[in-house]
Design a protein around this ligand. Sequence first.
Ligand code: HEM
Ligand code: HEM
Length: 208
Amino acid sequence: MTTHLDTSSRTAETDRDVQPHSLATDLGEISMAKRSYGRVAIGLHWLLVLAVFYQLALGLWMIDLPKVPVGLRAGWFNWHKSIGLVIGLLMCLRLAWRVTHALQDDGLKMPRWQHLVSKLNHFCLYLTLLLMPLSGFLGSNFTPYPVKFFGWVLPRFLDPSPELKALCSLVHEFTSYTLIALIVLHLLGALWHGVKRDGVLSRMAIKS
Ligand code: HEM
Ligand code: HEM
């Protein structure tokens, strides 16, 4: 069964057939977007979507938690750190998969500017999703408290430093807002393609 995320029942193949080959071609704007994601890339995409939404909500919620009763705040912080490290590992896996697997040409055409904007958006998403775990992990290492990965104490490799911790926190916070803005842009793009029914959404549809 193929779950299409857009409401269209058309396939990329049929969408391609109805793609106008007129105006954009005449203006020389057509770009071949070589995108045909395999099951691993699609699975990792949706796993990360769930994890990132949860992690962002958790991060924004937990920072206002009271320091008493003792343990409540620390418990949620440790949970956030563990999920964040898993996201970091999944991102490394995804990146490794992406650079070692060439995408097949799925035949879809789109204006060059759209292709460039989406590439830039994806690149920045990768960057921020690597920077978030890195800044969080480094920042936590600059505190006197050890990082616990699902209860397992990770070895400390940096000396505590309030200044460097503050710097990492600033990067973590700024990057989280940048990430939210990038996701909004990404969702607007997805919506746009869904309305146009041009077959781009089907690229990330879960296939069984
Ligand atoms: C993709 C992964 C991550 C996302 C999306 C994320 C998101 C957030 C958000 C939205 C906040 C609240 C805003 C802020 O003050 O920064 C936050 C705070 C925080 N995060 Fe993360 N986080 C991630 C990974 C991590 C990791 C791996 C660690 C540590 C190992 C971590 C440690 C913290 C800490 C300690 C705070 C409290 C504020 C501070 O001390 O900087 N985060 N996170
Ligand atoms: C936390 C939210 C999300 C993040 C971080 C995210 C991240 C990404 C990244 C990094 C890519 C590029 C994949 C690559 O080329 O290696 C991508 C592609 C894609 N995403 Fe998302 N995504 C999110 C949510 C969504 C949602 C909710 C939808 C659909 C409603 C969606 C639909 C797509 C589609 C269709 C592509 C392929 C676009 C193309 O090939 O031109 N994404 N996403």
